[in-house]
Structures are given as C-alpha cells and as structure tokens.
Ligand binder design. Structure first.
Ligand code: MN
Length: 427
C-alpha cells in the first residue's frame, strides 16, 4: 500500500463507516484506545466517526493476521503489549485497518456477523486509560507561558531563566495520578502561605487551575546509558493525546523552592482517551518558532518538527453554560517533541513503553491564547466573566473543564476528541 501521508488520495479517502463532516475521527485518523462495554472487558480499539472498532473482535475473526503482531496483544487491557511492536508494527496495523474500512473494499463490510460484533456506537462503550503509565514527565516548553509566569513572579526583566533558551526545562511528575478523561478531580488540600507576613496555613486550595497541554506517549526506548538522538526521536513516539495538568497555584508557589513542583501538581492529570499517531498528524507538520540562540548540537534538528494543532479550553459551571476561555496552537511551542526526548535521554536516562511526556502549558502570543487561568486572569487580577455572568479567578467546585484539539487543512480534519474533568469539593 502506498504511503498515504504523502498521497494525493489521502484527502479523498472515505470509509464505509460514515464519519460526519468535521468529525475528529475520519478514516485518515485511526487512533488507538482502550474500551469496554457490557460484558466485554477492556481491550484495544480504534474509532471511525461515531463508531468504536473492537480490535480484539477483529483479531478473533482472524482479520489481523500477517502483520507480524502477536494476536494476544489485542486481548490486553492496555496498549503497552501492542506498543512492543514499535513504530513499524503500529504503522502496518494502521494501514491494514485503513484497508479494511475503506469505502471501496467490501471484504469486511460484507461479513455482517463480524461487523456486528466489532463495530459499536461510541456512546455504548466506556473508554479507559490507554496505557499503563510507567513514568510521567512534564516539560515547560512554551516560551510565552514561561515568559508570562516569569513576568508575574520575577518581573519582565528576569522573566526567562538563563537556561530556558538552551534546554527544554522539565520535571518528573507522578504517574499514579494520571487519569482518563471524565474522571472527577477532587480539590486538593494542602499547605500554603497566602500572606507572606504570616505563617503558612492548611486548607483547600483556593487557586485551582488548568494547564492546557498535549502529551506524547513513548515506545520502548533504549537501554539505560544509551541516548535517543533528535533524528531517532520520532521513531520512539507512539502518538499524542490532550492533557490537562491540573495545578494548585497556592500550594505550588509555597512548596516549589528549591526542588520544583510537588503536591501542587500530583493530585491529578487528565488524559484524552485516543492516542493519535504521528503518521496521522503528518499532513499538518509545520515549523515551530525560530530558535535563537542555536541549540547545542545534540538538540539540533532538520526540517519542520512541529504540528499545526488547534487547541481550545472551556469551562462549564455546574448547571451552567459553556464558555470558551482560550484558543491556542501546539505550533507555538518553542521546543519540539524530538528535542524534548533527545534532551530527556542525553544523560542515558531510559524511557519505557507507555511513558507520558507532557508539553507544558501551551500559551500563544495574545491574551486569548493563554493556556492557564493563572495567565488568563493575570494571577487573579483580571477575572474572566463566563457566559452565565459569573466570574472566575480560578476554578470553583462544580466547574467542568473541557480541552479539545484538532488539525484542519483543505478538506482534511483530524482531531483528538476531548479531555474533560469536573472539580469536586475538597474532601
Ligand atoms: Mn504542566
């Protein structure tokens, strides 16, 4: 089969499963996730339009043979065993699925019993965390975000720390609290010091925030001690998800010196259910911002290393109207995923299948493109007015936050769906 990412046929490709115009999941996407339904335990799946396709059912009907993929991986409750087949294996599987479901192929379409078993309406399934997350790393790769936060906390003159333009700053987060979209997030309790002239206090966070991010999921990397170069990096990336890295600013600002984020971050991070492959995103590859000064040789890359992914966040108060609070784009990020992964492993640190590497808050150049309430309300000094007339400095109990993302060019639309979470009162 030809390389669809470079084919003029790509735009015209249609499936015999209908995908409504503007759907995030046309046949050109073929993302991967984990679903369950009724008596079916969690298993790998993909999606076209509003239909979820059970890969275990396809494997049991002998429709996923000859791909060099152990059929047992399609019965696993996470994608990690499938991911052991690496970029080449996932690429063969994806192209095979596109073949099976393309409009001009009646091989599967006419096998009604298999189709009935394998193809389900999306509202009849439950989606689960798609991978067993081994480690979670969070970068800080938006220059606009780092500048905004630095300006608020240190003044405009010292906004960017001296290292920022030379390396992708990051920290090790907490894998155990990465949760699937739809999981409610309890407002964290913690220690904070709201008044610098008085001792610290304990209580529920009063500055609960979102961080609009994406994340990439890695394949098995190299053994401990071996680095992944920028040229090799994308071969170690399975795909991308939307990511809300919930943050308690008051806990964070008191605790972070000198070792960085801790309890202000690790009470929950929400992930969208569909892993969109870099192959699916290829038509939207673009340049990120020019990098000046030129990075050290181990961080240099050739060709465009970013993707044009439109992102937005909204707040829905309890029983209230939805208000979009931010429009931004993945392409604003200064450091690319390849640079992040090369930097992460340059000291010999080993990454494993299912590791989550988040981008850091994605802010753009103008005020409507900031990816956190901290920036949107400028540390609470400029409250947002929502569609129902209520105001927000930070999140309130009962607020639901939804982050969505998609790519669009000519007639081709590839999306991620959404990541959603509601804030519950502190316990
Ligand atoms: Mn973050």
């Amino acid at each position: 089969m030809s390389d669809l990412s470079n084919s003029a046929d790509l735009h015209n490709l249609r499936s015999w499963i209908d995908a409504p115009a503007g759907s995030d999941f046309p046949i050109q996407n073929i993302p991967f996730g984990i679903c369950s339904s009724g008596t079916r335990p969690p298993r790998p799946c993909t999606r076209i339009g509003n239909r979820v396709i059970d890969l275990r059912a396809l494997a049991e009907a002998d429709l996923l043979n000859g791909l060099g993929i152990d059929p047992g991986v399609f019965s696993a409750p996470v994608l990690n065993p499938l991911m052991a087949h690496g970029k080449a294996g996932i690429r063969r599987l994806r192209r095979h699925l596109i073949e099976l479901f393309r409009e001009d192929n009646d091989f599967l379409r006419d096998r009604k019993r298999v189709v009935e078993e394998a193809v389900m309406p999306v509202d009849e399934v439950t989606m689960h965390l798609p991978v067993e997350v081994g480690d979670y790393t969070d970068f800080y790769s938006s220059r606009e975000h780092a500048t905004n936060v630095g300006t608020m906390f240190r003044g405009a003159e010292n906004a960017l720390m001296p290292n920022w333009l030379h390396l992708p700053v990051g920290y090790h987060g907490r894998a155990s609290s990465v949760v699937i979209s739809g999981t409610a997030i309890q407002r964290p309790m913690g220690q904070m010091r709201p008044n610098a002239d008085e001792p610290p206090v304990f209580g529920p966070s009063k500055q609960l925030d979102i961080e609009l991010e994406t994340a990439f999921i890695t394949f098995q990397g190299k053994p401990l001690g071996q680095r992944i170069t920028t040229e090799e990096a994308e071969d170690h990336i399975f795909g991308m998800v939307l990511f809300n890295d919930w943050s308690a600013r008051d806990i964070q600002s008191w605790e972070y010196v000198p070792l960085g984020p801790f309890l202000g971050k690790n009470f929950g991070s929400s992930m969208s259910p569909w892993i969109v492959t870099l192959d699916a995103l290829e038509p939207f590859r673009t340049n990120g911002p020019a990098q000046d000064p030129e990075p050290l040789p181990y961080l240099r890359t050739r060709g465009p290393g970013s993707f044009d992914i439109r992102l937005e966040a909204s707040i829905i108060p309890k029983n209230g109207l939805e208000t979009t609070i931010c429009h931004t784009n993945f392409k604003y990020l200064y450091w690319t995923m390849a640079q992040q992964l090369a930097h992460h492993t340059v000291n010999g640190c080993n990454v494993r299948a299912g590791d989550v590497m988040a981008s850091g808050t994605i802010s753009g150049p103008d005020a409507g493109s900031f990816g956190s309430l901290l920036e949107l309300t400028w540390r609470g000094t400029k409250p947002l007015t929502l569609a129902d007339g209520s105001q927000r400095k930070f999140l309130e109990d009962g607020d639901t936050v939804v982050i969505q993302g998609h790519c669009e060019r000519d007639d081709l639309h590839i999306g991620f769906g959404e990541v959603r979470g509601e804030i519950l009162p502190a316990g």
